[in-house]
Design a protein around this ligand. Structure first.
Ligand code: SF4
Length: 289
């Protein structure tokens, strides 16, 4: 067992509200073909997302750029950790071509963390945004970004490319951050978000529930996010991808998600997507003003 990871051999059985539809249908097949043909990575696949049937069936996916190996080793995440391959300068064009083929109105792009690169991957990020704009001028974008280790010049490059929404996930409450996101810092993430909103770009963040946090701690995290002027919030159930990952402490009832949504709205978030199957990129197109 890796240090900091609590592993349960006896995983809790999933409640009925987490059952999902099997991925089938024409649109699903089309998305799968485009992704395969262009040798793209999606967080939908890497993250083992339960919504693939719904999202891909609706012709949308979340592309993951800068390769598929992450320099970080967060306890919740199913993306492989290790030494990433060299940056592929053609990746931005391949992603942009696929977005065009899918003809989606709004796309979500994310990346692995590239702490090995001097610019943290910012240049590839900017080129990807520019290429998507060039090939699909009518398509809006959400970029779900890393913290760039607090190297603000690199973050600024991305802000200057001005995607319609920039998101950065807090993932969990302050107390659990060290265990859940070992190389990240709660306050640094809040600063990333404050810099995004301070530049006049809608800032979005997400928290996973079921990792052992209390409801009070979630509400505190909401207050912290509002202080960073985050306007869009997603709350979803954490699901353990493999038994090597952090164990689920609780399957949070849909009624609690509904209550937290109301609390979030009362705190001034413009949009709160809250439910067991919600992921950061779920229903992303609705989060545009
Ligand atoms: S919720 Fe996001 S990660 Fe999951 S299938 Fe949909 S687009 Fe992909």
């Amino acid at each position: 067992m890796e240090e900091g990871k609590s592993v349960t051999e006896n995983r809790m059985p999933k409640p009925a509200w987490l059952r999902v539809k099997l991925p089938i249908g024409q649109e699903y097949t089309k998305v799968r073909e485009i992704v395969g043909e262009h040798k793209l990575h999606t967080i939908c696949q890497s993250g083992n997302c339960p919504n693939m049937g719904e999202c891909w069936g609706a012709g949308t996916a979340t592309f993951m750029i800068l390769g598929n190996i992450c320099t970080r080793s967060c306890g919740f995440c199913n993306v492989a950790t290790g030494r990433p391959e060299a940056v592929d300068p053609f990746e931005p064009l391949r992603v942009a071509k696929s977005v065009k083929l899918m003809s989606v109105k709004h796309c979500v792009i994310t990346s692995v963390d590239r702490d090995d690169l001097k610019d943290g991957g910012a240049q590839i990020w900017v080129e990807t945004i520019q290429k998507i704009r060039e090939l699909s001028p009518g398509t809006t974008m959400e970029t779900l970004i890393p913290d760039f280790q607090g190297q603000w010049d690199n973050l600024q490059m991305l802000i200057d490319a001005r995607p319609e929404i920039i998101s950065h996930n807090l993932e969990t409450v302050r107390r659990l951050t060290k265990e859940v996101r070992i190389q990240a810092k709660y306050d640094r993430s809040l600063e990333v978000l404050a810099r995004i909103s301070g530049a006049g770009i809608p800032a979005k963040s997400g928290i996973m529930l079921g990792l052992g946090e209390t409801e009070e701690e979630v509400v505190e995290a909401m207050d912290d996010l509002r202080r960073s002027n985050v306007s869009i919030l997603t709350l979803g159930q954490y699901l353990q991808p493999t038994k090597e990952h952090l164990a689920v402490q609780e399957f949070v009832h849909p009624d609690i998600f509904a209550r937290l949504k109301e609390i979030g709205l009362s705190k001034g978030f413009r949009y709160v997507e809250s439910g067991p199957l919600v992921r950061s990129s779920y229903h992303a197109e609705k989060h545009l003003e």
